[in-house]
Design a protein around this ligand. Structure first.
Ligand code: BGC
Length: 447
């Protein structure tokens, strides 16, 4: 038994995203997003599920804020559905959409919870996708306009902003692997989109500074860790490519003003021709106030010639896995944070997502999700090691407050610390909720 103590002032929170929880897709003047289209395309989402109702948080947000209040969080990270604000992506503003987020934010503030707003958690207005989506540079301008409106509208209320959630998923997962909306399978397209996303991020940060908005702004890249199977250079290089695809590809441009050479060379070998316009790199390299880090899993891997995009293969070492099949790899969390510190210095970091999938159901009103508690304990222990090693961690935000629409997995995979019955929409606090509540209250836990 050991006490894992967190520094004074550590911020605790939970996260959600608009399409995953709101439902009410045809209400309040909301326009269509690429996830409405994708989820209704046969074969794209498990069981043909979609976000039409989800957790119905559009109507039940007060109940959700109650859950947060009782949990005792400092921060709630949520995202805004762009098509609720601009149903067509640009042009006319939908007041009803703004009013919904005012109601939510006002309620949070009333309860003493700091709102942390993600501007883009994947629900691109379909009208923009119809004109080429993120491959069209007009989408960059549309995003900056949308962000500007949000900054002005919520100035003084929302003081923590994230531009993009997981640009790797928006570009490569959605446009090269094709598992998420819009579902393209084209490496050239995906890589170009990754660049446009970074430009959109940078110009948004610039806009935020020029407007003189009070508060902090950052972005939330997703990370992973591959531990080399051996110390052979080819194993180390193969793992570095995978990690670099998530970390350096998206962070070097922001913090150093250029793409990592080893990844540029690799993509070039694969036939990618990245188009970078004059001024793009300068636009991307804006100072951010903090970095959001999302981490879930890692693996052990080794070099394998002609294997996938980056020439590596997993080595099965029988790590325990969560119900979605992802290995539990807390040492990867520590290593990711150390790598970021070594490369980019002491930028303040919020863990903007970390959590696990366990599909336990209520029995007599109780959800015994011991797997999730253990996952949290292991990852928070790794986090406290990183803090002891000097990583400038300001907060920890778990994914997720609620079971919700898990993208291509539909409702089959549950990540919440609160169970949602998708038939009745009833919320049930899981054992992990009570464990997290105690940890927040103490600012430590015993493992
Ligand atoms: C995303 C969430 C998602 C979670 C679990 C992250 O990649 O930001 O929206 O639900 O992982 O898959």
């Amino acid at each position: 038994m050991a006490i894992i103590q967190f520094p004074e002032g550590m911020k605790w929170g939970t996260a959600t995203a608009s399409y995953q929880i709101e439902g009410a897709v045809n209400e309040g003047g909301r326009g269509t997003s690429i996830w409405d289209t994708f989820s209704k395309t046969p074969g794209k989402v498990v069981n043909g599920d979609n976000g039409d109702i989800a957790c119905d948080s559009y109507h039940r947000y007060e109940e959700d804020v109650e859950l947060l209040t009782d949990l005792g969080v400092d921060v709630y990270r949520f995202s805004v559905a762009w098509p609720r604000i601009f149903p067509n992506g640009t042009g006319e503003v939908n007041q009803e959409g703004l009013e919904y987020y005012h109601r939510l934010v006002d309620k949070l503030i009333e309860k003493g919870i700091e709102p942390m707003c993600t501007l883009y958690h994947w629900d691109l207005p379909q009208a923009l996708e119809d004109k080429g989506g993120w491959n069209n540079r007009e989408t960059i301008d549309a995003f900056v306009q949308y962000a500007e409106l949000m900054f002005n509208e919520f100035s003084g209320k929302i003081k923590s902003w994230l531009t993009l959630n997981e640009p790797w998923c928006i570009s490569f997962l959605s446009n090269y692997i094709g598992a998420h909306a819009p579902g393209n399978k084209d490496l050239q397209l995906a890589t170009q989109i990754s660049h446009h996303l970074l430009v959109a991020h940078g110009l948004t940060v610039k806009k935020f500074r020029n407007l003189g908005i009070e508060g902090k702004i950052g972005f939330a890249p997703n990370t992973t860790w591959l531990e080399p199977y051996s110390n052979r250079q080819e194993d180390i290089d193969a793992c570095n490519r995978e990690i670099g695809w998530y970390i350096e590809w998206f962070m070097d441009p922001v913090f150093k003003g250029n793409y990592p050479e080893f990844m540029l060379d690799w993509f070039k070998k694969k036939g990618v021709q990245l188009e970078i316009k004059d001024g793009d790199m300068e636009a991307i390299q804006q100072r951010v106030d903090f970095l959001g880090i999302n981490y879930y899993t890692g693996h052990i891997a080794r070099y394998k010639e002609n294997s996938g995009l980056l020439d590596w293969e997993l080595v099965e070492m029988n790590y325990d896995r969560t119900d979605i099949g992802w290995p539990i790899f807390p040492e990867g969390f520590y290593n990711v944070l150390m790598r970021i510190k070594e490369s980019y210095g002491d930028i303040p970091i919020y863990i903007t997502e970390n959590g696990s999938c366990y599909n336990d159901e209520p029995e007599n009103g109780q959800v015994k999700d011991n797997g999730r508690i253990s996952y949290l304990q292991q990852h928070l222990t790794a986090l406290s090691r990183a803090i002891a090693s000097g990583v400038n961690v300001k907060g920890y935000i778990t994914w997720s407050l609620l079971d919700n629409f898990e993208w291509a997995e539909g409702y089959s995979m549950r990540f919440g610390i609160v169970h949602v019955n998708y038939r009745t929409l009833e919320r049930t606090k899981k054992d992990s909720y009570y464990w997290f509540k105690q940890t927040i209250a103490n600012n430590w836990f015993e493992n």
